[in-house]
Design a protein around this ligand. Structure first.
Ligand SMILES: Nc1ncnc2c1ncn2[C@@H]1O[C@H](COP(=O)(O)OP(=O)(O)OP(=O)(O)O)[C@@H](O)[C@H]1O
Ligand SMILES: [Mg+2]
Length: 253
């Protein structure tokens, strides 16, 4: 990233009065969210409240109908070049990993740097190995996703995203499909990323993670941001009744 681009905006993600409908269903209502470079945001809320839809709008996996979204100062429009530019700066990690099953771990990590960034294979492989080391899975580089545990696959998915040097990482419930013993190995990698200063927006109900790394926790219900605060006041002194009820449900067991 050039110095000019770095200075262009201190705000990594801007969502101003974003609204989205699925047919008649108003799924996002006047979403106003600004995320600074280096900020870590946790998004929580009941099932169906619009959390996935919100983060998927940021890289145009879903299209919003009203309001403005910018990433790194670049306004998201219908223009395909803009959409591609934004997608190059946004990494995304999904609940179900979404690795290519017919490609090895190494190939999964090399494919975008080679095809999108036109890196030579040797360079892409060296980069991939560097990130696979970082998520502690380099020794599995030649395996296929189906030969790995869920936690290992998710770490590969994180490494694959990092190979594109994203400016912001979106996580959509990255640990919710994992067995308990694998959750920690993925969260550990996410905590390290956060500590290194990555801008992150994480949909998760891992409240320990939220308390450790989040700068801000956002609670959504029925397509709206109901409440947002730093973790300490968010958990200890939630303002709205809906937040209180939600927290009592998820922290109650
Ligand atoms: N493609 C779609 N077409 C129509 N409705 C949809 C579509 N995708 C999601 N919805 C609806 O929009 C609402 C919000 O969905 P979304 O997946 O964003 O919720 P969520 O907060 O991520 O829920 P969960 O915690 O279960 O993942 C839900 O009522 C869902 O049924
Ligand atoms: Mg979801």
């Amino acid at each position: 990233m050039t110095q000019a681009a770095t200075n262009a905006s201190d705000l990594m993600v801007e969502m101003h009065n974003v609204n989205k409908w699925y047919g008649d269903f108003h799924v996002l209502r006047d979403i106003y969210l600004e995320v600074k470079r280096g900020e870590r945001i946790v998004v929580c809320g009941p099932s169906g409240s619009g959390k996935s839809t919100l983060i998927r709008c940021i890289n145009h996996l879903e299209e919003h109908q009203k309001g403005d979204i910018s990433v790194g100062g670049v306004a998201l429009t219908q223009d395909v070049k803009r959409i591609e530019q934004i997608r190059r700066s946004v990494g995304m990690v999904f609940q179900h990993f979404n690795l290519f099953p017919h490609l090895s771990v190494l190939e999964n990590c090399c494919i975008a740097p080679m095809w999108v960034q036109k890196k030579p294979r040797k360079e892409a492989e060296a980069l991939a190995m560097q990130y696979l080391e970082r998520v502690r899975i380099a020794e599995q580089a030649d395996k296929y996703p189906g030969q790995l545990s869920g936690g290992q696959q998710q770490r590969v998915a994180i490494a694959r995203s990092l190979c594109m040097h994203p400016d912001v990482m979106l996580f959509d419930e990255p640990t919710s499909a994992l067995d308990p013993e694998m959750i920690k190995e993925v969260l550990d990698v996410m905590v390290e990323l956060a500590e290194e200063g990555m801008t992150m927006i994480c949909v998760t109900h891992e409240m320990g993670f939220a308390k450790t790394v989040a700068d801000r926790v956002i609670f959504m219900d029925q397509g709206q941001i109901i409440e947002e605060n730093a973790p300490e006041p968010f958990f200890n002194n939630p303002q709205s009744e809906r937040t209180q009820l939600f927290l009592s449900q998820i922290l109650g067991h």
